[in-house]
Design a protein around this ligand. Structure first.
Ligand SMILES: Nc1ncnc2c1ncn2[C@@H]1O[C@H](COP(=O)(O)OP(=O)(O)OP(=O)(O)O)[C@@H](O)[C@H]1O
Ligand SMILES: [Mg+2]
Length: 261
């Protein structure tokens, strides 16, 4: 059977800069893969190609064996790829629960899902808000903060809110761009547990994260990029150890990849 997500020989240049030089990897349903690499390695460009924000110069991305060529972000999202952004992307004038409710509504109208569609036609606003509350429960978002707008929330809660919004769309593939950036280390186990639970439900999760110790908690496999190419990929034991990463000048000795991993 084909992998859930396949990236095959994807290329992208910006003027003279080859941001992606023939990048290939795959992600199976229920798997967590960590995408790592120094600043400028091409991670965000790759995610933008996967999610339909950036058109590649060559190569193909497939979801469930279907090519996403030529599709924009809205269509890719409807087909089942949800993402969070390196720089948060929330509606600042809506409350937390409303932010998630918007995504629930979008997910409910996915054309390929007849059952959800019937449900959505019957569902009133209260049902959508109720489901938004459930998703917020699932990501551990405190009830007392749900009527606040994003600018009123601490950074860690805004990250959880973005995650809730992505999950509200019932994605097949979830792409997380730096999910614990700006969070305390004490919050990592909860987020790692949440990501593992999402994967256990059958979702394929691609995590871009600078913190090497964190990605080892959540993912079985890593894809390591540098200068627009995949330089190593595989299970943790098969790819670069943190020591090699530091030795090659690609990371820091304290295990924190930033500004590199
Ligand atoms: N829109 C763009 N226009 C021109 N160059 C770009 C554009 N987007 C990315 N690049 C270049 O492509 C290369 C890869 O950038 P990208 O943002 O994908 O790296 P990254 O791995 O996400 O880095 P970081 O860890 O800093 O987020 C860099 O050299 C960057 O300057
Ligand atoms: Mg980036």
């Amino acid at each position: 059977m084909a992998d859930l997500l396949e990236v095959v020989e994807v290329r992208k240049s910006y003027g003279g800069v080859q941001a992606l030089k023939s990048v290939s990897f795959s992600l199976a349903a229920g798997e967590v893969v960590a995408l790592m690499g120094p600043n400028g390695a091409g991670k965000t460009t790759l995610v933008n190609v996967i999610c339909g924000h950036t058109r590649p110069d060559g190569g193909v991305v497939r979801l469930d064996g279907r090519s996403l060529a030529g599709m924009g972000p809205a269509r890719v999202a409807r087909l089942g790829i949800a993402r969070t952004f390196q720089n948060l992307c929330l509606f600042d004038h809506l409350t937390a629960v409303e932010n998630v409710a918007v995504a629930v509504g979008l997910g409910a109208y996915r054309v390929s899902d007849a059952i959800l569609r019937r449900w959505a036609f019957r569902a009133g606003e209260a049902d959508i808000l109720g489901r938004a509350e459930k998703v917020l429960d699932a990501v551990g978002f405190p009830p007392e903060a749900r009527d606040l707008t994003p600018p009123m929330l601490p950074y860690g809660l805004r990250k959880r809110l973005e995650l809730a919004r992505a999950l509200a769309r019932n994605p097949k593939v979830l792409v997380l761009d730096e999910p614990v950036a700006g969070m305390n280390r004490e919050e990592w186990p909860a987020i790692a547990g949440l990501i593992r639970a999402v994967a256990a439900s059958g979702v394929g999760v691609l995590v871009i994260e600078h913190h090497w110790p964190f990605v080892q908690q959540v993912g079985q496999r890593g894809v390591f990029m540098a200068h627009g190419s995949v330089i190593a990929q595989g299970c943790w034991s098969e790819i670069l150890s943190p020591r090699e990463v530091v030795g090659r000048g690609l990371g820091r000795a304290d295990g924190v990849g930033a500004p590199v991993l």
